[in-house]
Design a protein around this ligand. Structure first.
Ligand code: FA5
Length: 347
């Protein structure tokens, strides 16, 4: 018997065996037996080297032809068995093709994320860059470099959660209470002009209520250059309020105290729920505070080796959840973090 005949024999045995298979799960056994790495056809191809040169070419060509015949036959058989299986399961009632399809759940952005992006877009349109920073922060950046030394009473405004510092360091670490530490980190690395906004999560150890969470977002802003005055601060923040709330909302600036600005202000917007008459949401004041702001304190500029005689700047820090509450008429900030899909699907 020549090699050629044995290749033909393999083909007829293989096709015979394939014809007898009636279960799709058995196809792989068949594939391994004839086409696998140690399968019968592969063995013939491997043994070609041992044949006399004149037989080698002929048997080789024949074996390759048989290989593609078998591969094609396998593909066809698989399709036939698959169809038969589908037919059986339809007839057996396991698959009801008349059932309406299941609607896939589509994800969406959390309302806070949507508002953070909208706020950043408003400032980017005014020439600010977006930067981000660490949530676990050194005491130095969160307090000291911001002109809040140890034992300064202003630390009481930002009670926080302290972290055990890494063993090699004695310096205290904490969960940042505001995004203001990024003012220092940005100025340490760059020279004026600086125009950045910093979105990110912040943490405070505080009792929660309708407008206070212990974990929430802030967006910080910082602009430092020559000739920046309080007029630039007001102009920028008015423009921001117009872009986010439209022209009809009222805006109020009042003096406020933050150790890292001088002078400092608080910016508030008239209460969406009562139209300014006073209610539970605005603590009967008619106004909801949305941000703190002010002119960067010369002491802060000195900390990063900026000369306060040459450079001035303004900074602000706002709460996106409070802004989302205003925009969408949400009356309790705790809803943002309750993971209630009935709430989240509204945005
Ligand atoms: C600060 O955090 C200052 N770093 C802001 C600042 C930056 C002032 C730059 C000057 C210059 P304050 O603690 O007021 O300030 O918080 C800023 C904003 O965060 C508030 O106006 C409010 O919108 C929001 N906010 C504050 N506390 C909470 C809270 N517990 N839950 C939700 N939002 C809050």
């Amino acid at each position: 018997m020549t090699q050629d005949t044995s290749v033909d024999e393999i083909q007829s045995q293989a096709l015979g065996a394939l014809g007898a298979i009636d279960d799709i799960r058995k196809l792989d056994e068949w594939r391994v037996a004839y086409l696998g790495r140690s399968g019968r056809l592969t063995s013939v191809l491997r043994g070609l080297g041992a044949l006399p040169p004149e037989a080698r070419r002929e048997v080789g060509q024949r074996a390759n032809m048989v290989k593609s015949v078998l591969e094609k036959a396998l593909e066809e058989k698989e399709e036939v068995l698959r169809q038969a299986e589908l037919q059986r399961s339809i007839e057996g009632g396991k698959l009801d093709i008349t059932l309406p399809g299941r609607r896939p759940n589509r994800g969406r952005l959390h309302p806070t994320t949507q508002v953070v992006r909208e706020i950043c877009d408003a400032f980017v349109a005014m020439g600010f860059q977006i930067v981000e920073g660490p949530e676990v922060e050194w005491d130095y950046y969160n307090f000291e470099a911001l002109n809040i030394p140890k034992d300064h009473p202003a630390r009481d405004m930002w009670d926080t959660i302290w972290i055990d510092p890494p063993s090699e360091s004695e310096k205290p670490m904490l969960l940042r209470t505001h995004t203001s530490p990024m003012q220092i980190r940005v100025m340490e690395k760059t020279q004026p002009p600086v125009r950045v906004v910093v979105p990110g999560k912040v943490y405070r150890y505080e009792a929660t209520d309708a407008t206070h969470e212990s974990q929430f977002y802030q967006v910080e802003g910082l602009a430092v250059d020559t000739n920046i005055t309080f007029a630039e601060l007001k102009g920028t923040l008015y423009e921001f309020a117009r872009r986010i709330f439209g022209t009809e909302r009222k805006v109020r600036f009042r003096c406020d105290y933050f150790p890292f600005v001088e002078p400092g202000v608080e910016m508030a917007i008239d209460c969406f729920a009562c139209g300014g008459r006073g209610c539970r949401i605005c603590s009967n004041s008619g106004w909801i505070e949305i941000m703190g702001a002010g002119m960067v304190h010369p002491e802060v500029l000195r900390h990063v080796n900026y000369d306060p005689e040459i450079y001035t700047g303004f900074a602000f820090g706002l709460g996106p959840e409070r802004i989302a509450m205003l925009k969408y008429g949400i009356d309790d900030i705790r809803l943002f973090y309750s993971n209630d899909l009935r709430f989240l699907y509204q945005f």
